[in-house]
Design a binder for this molecule. Sequence first.
Ligand SMILES: Cc1cc2nc3c(=O)[nH]c(=O)nc-3n(C[C@H](O)[C@H](O)[C@H](O)COP(=O)(O)OP(=O)(O)OC[C@H]3O[C@@H](n4cnc5c(N)ncnc54)[C@H](O)[C@@H]3O)c2cc1C
Length: 300
Amino acid sequence: MAIHDVLIVGGSYAGMAAALQLARARRSVLVLDAGQRRNRFAEHAHGILGQDGRAPSAIADDARAQLLKYPTVTWIETVARFVGRDGDTFRVQTETGDAFEARRLILANGVRDQLPDLPGLAERWGRSVFHCPYCHGYELDGGPLGVLGVNEMSIHQALMLPDWGPTTLFTNGIVEPDAEASRQLAARNVSIEAEPVAELAGEGEATVHLRDGRTVELAGLFVVSTLEPASPLAQQLGCAFEESPVGRVIQTDNMQATSVPAVFACGDTARAAGSVTFAMADGAMAGMAAHKSLIFGEAA
Ligand SMILES: Cc1cc2nc3c(=O)[nH]c(=O)nc-3n(C[C@H](O)[C@H](O)[C@H](O)COP(=O)(O)OP(=O)(O)OC[C@H]3O[C@@H](n4cnc5c(N)ncnc54)[C@H](O)[C@@H]3O)c2cc1C
């Protein structure tokens, strides 16, 4: 079996940015990708210099076409299930039982968004229900906007949003702003709605139906999603994780090295507040760092 220089799990923005640096260093790179980009629910991606407003898939397709022109890149559409290590070599097994070996590993497998269990919410995710105002706030044309209270981070989200439009915080029986938070919300002109939310339904983009029968028409509803790693590989390897207010991310240093020698991580799986731009930057760093470690050793 050929031993690749680097095996990358995840072929989206972070994984491809890592692969590009390695391909340009003429190293053999194997990308295993399940094709489930986190932003696949959104029609357009925003806030990415030079790509603003393009479809997420168009950005990824162009990147992949450019990457696959390099002869040392191999791409396989599959799910990586298990990883083990034999001395200096990693062995990754896929869902179909195929196994691949490499001297360095880059985890770029992203995260899964855990959404609150509210009828009508999941099908609006990425269309009129969002987590990130920088990505989708501008397109909501000044509001009105809502924040669905799910945890203390919802207060932070509600304090941010008035720059994008008049904002209502639906506390939903879960979020209870203390005196200081109430003062801050009032200073930002955030309205508070204490009646629990029953569902999102109807013709409107994000029409909130309250339990008492009232409805509130919104241009967009924001919700804090809880993140979990999209693959178990980091855990199988024994990588250290960091707790963040939105979930666990793989701990990395400023070269994207994890706590496990020769394993690097980049993109959303290693950063709590991710974006395409950050994923690409972290991916480029991971690719360069993995390359340097092949030359100078793991501590390079
Ligand atoms: C609804 C929504 C809209 C968004 N809009 C924007 C926006 O407009 N602008 C912006 O900058 N950011 C946006 N984001 C954030 C953006 O999607 C992420 O920051 C970005 O996708 C992270 O890139 P990544 O490469 O780290 O992970 P991802 O893009 O999530 O890619 C991870 C890849 O790894 C693969 N993978 C996972 N596990 C395995 C495995 N075991 N084996 C093989 N492959 C695996 C996945 O299938 C996927 O292809 C949005 C997010 C959401 C949820």
